[in-house]
Design a protein around this ligand. Structure first.
Ligand SMILES: *[C@@H]1O[C@H](CO)[C@@H](O)[C@H](O)[C@H]1NC(C)=O
Ligand SMILES: *[C@@H]1O[C@H](CO)[C@@H](O)[C@H](O)[C@H]1NC(C)=O
Ligand SMILES: *[C@@H]1O[C@H](CO)[C@@H](O)[C@H](O)[C@H]1NC(C)=O
Length: 279
C-alpha cells in the first residue's frame, strides 16, 4: 500500500523543514520596512519572517550582453551583501570590466507584499541613476515564486525597466522558493480522504479479523485471516475469470516454441555433438 509510505514521507519532510527553519544569526542587520508601524507593516513583518530561512544564502548572477555589459549581481534576502561596508546594500551590481560596484537596492528601505503563490521583495534607496531615469534612486524588485520542495533556485535577472524610461525605473529579478507557497492547510482532497478511509477500513478488517480468528475461534496458520475460505474462493474465481478472459490459446495447447534457456542450449548442442560424432 502506498498511503502509509507517502504519509511517513510527508512527515519526514515536515520534520526536516521544522529543523531547517531553526538556524539564524542574530547579529546581522535585517530588512527594515518602509513606512510607519501600521496594520500593513504587520503583514510585511509576517512575510519577512517567512523569508528568513533564505537569509543565509548568497545569490549571484552574471549578466553578459553583447560585450558592452558584463555585470555580476549579488543578492541576499534581508541581509547586507557586504556587511563590512555598512551601506545596507541588499542587491549589489559589480561591473566586471572595471570592478565598480553599484548598490541597486538597500535593505533599510524594504517593501514586501504577496499574492497567493508569490512574494515580491523590493529594495529601494539604491545609488542614483545619474543622468538616466531623472536621476532617481535605483530600485530592485525580486519576484519569488512558489516552488515546493525547493529552498531557493533559479535566481536571475528578469527585466530591466530602464534607459527608455523617465521615472519609476527598476531592476527585476526572479527566483523560485517554497517560502512563497501558500500554507498547506490540512484540508485534504476528496480522493485522499476516500483512500485513507478505504485503507483504514481494510487495516481494521484484517487486524480485527486476525485477532478474532486467533483469539476467539482459535484458528492457526493461514486460517487466521478473516473469511479465509471466502477470499480463497474469490481468488480462485478471479483466477478462473482471468484465465477465461485473458488467455488467447486453449489451456493445454502444445507450446508453439520451446523456451531457450542457456542450459537448454548447452544440452542441445551436446546432443547434436553426439549425433555428429559417429559420422
Ligand atoms: C557568490 O559570490 C560570492 C562572492 O564572490 C561568493 O562568496 C559566493 O559563494 C557566491 N555564491 C554562489 C552561490 O556562487
Ligand atoms: C538607508 O541607508 C542608507 C545608507 O546608509 C541611507 O543613506 C538612507 O538614508 C537609509 N534609509 C532610511 C530610510 O533610513
Ligand atoms: C499572503 O500570504 C498570507 C499568508 O502568509 C495569506 O494569508 C494571504 O492570503 C496572502 N495574500 C494574498 C493576496 O494572497
Amino acid at each position: 500500500m502506498s498511503s502509509p509510505c507517502s504519509t511517513s514521507a510527508v512527515l519526514a519532510v515536515l520534520v526536516a523543514l521544522a529543523v531547517g527553519v531553526g538556524a539564524e544569526q542574530p547579529k546581522e542587520r535585517s530588512c527594515d520596512v518602509v513606512g510607519d508601524e501600521g496594520s500593513e507593516s504587520q503583514m510585511e513583518k509576517a512575510l519577512l519572517k517567512k523569508l528568513e530561512p533564505l537569509s543565509q544564502i548568497r545569490f549571484n548572477v552574471t549578466v553578459e550582453k553583447d560585450k558592452t555589459e558584463n555585470y555580476v549581481y549579488q543578492f541576499r534576502v534581508c541581509r547586507e551583501v557586504d556587511s563590512t561596508s555598512h551601506d545596507f546594500g541588499g542587491l549589489v551590481q559589480t561591473d566586471r570590466k572595471n570592478g565598480k560596484t553599484t548598490v541597486i537596492g538597500r535593505i533599510n528601505e524594504t517593501q514586501v507584499f504577496n499574492g497567493s503563490d508569490w512574494i515580491m521583495l523590493i529594495y529601494k534607496g539604491g545609488d542614483s541613476y545619474g543622468s538616466h531615469c531623472s536621476g532617481e534612486k535605483r530600485r530592485a524588485a525580486i519576484m519569488i515564486s512558489c516552488k515546493r520542495g525547493v529552498t531557493a533556485e533559479g535566481f536571475e535577472e528578469a527585466a530591466r525597466a530602464h534607459w527608455e524610461k523617465e521615472q519609476d525605473c527598476f531592476y527585476l529579478f526572479e527566483m523560485d522558493s517554497s517560502v512563497a507557497c501558500p500554507a498547506e492547510d490540512s484540508h485534504l482532497s476528496v480522493g485522499s480522504i476516500l483512500l485513507i478511509t478505504f485503507v483504514s477500513v481494510i487495516a481494521v478488517y484484517i487486524i480485527g479479523g486476525f485477532l478474532y480468528q486467533r483469539l476467539v475461534v482459535g484458528a492457526k496458520g493461514m486460517e487466521q485471516f478473516p473469511h479465509f475460505a471466502f477470499w480463497q474462493d474469490l481468488g480462485n474465481l478471479v483466477a478462473d475469470g482471468c484465465d477465461f478472459v485473458c488467455r488467447s490459446k486453449p489451456r493445454n495447447a502444445p507450446a508453439a516454441y520451446r523456451g531457450v534457456g542457456d542450459d537448454q542450449l548447452g544440452e542441445e548442442s551436446e546432443e547434436r555433438d553426439d549425433h555428429l560424432l559417429p559420422m
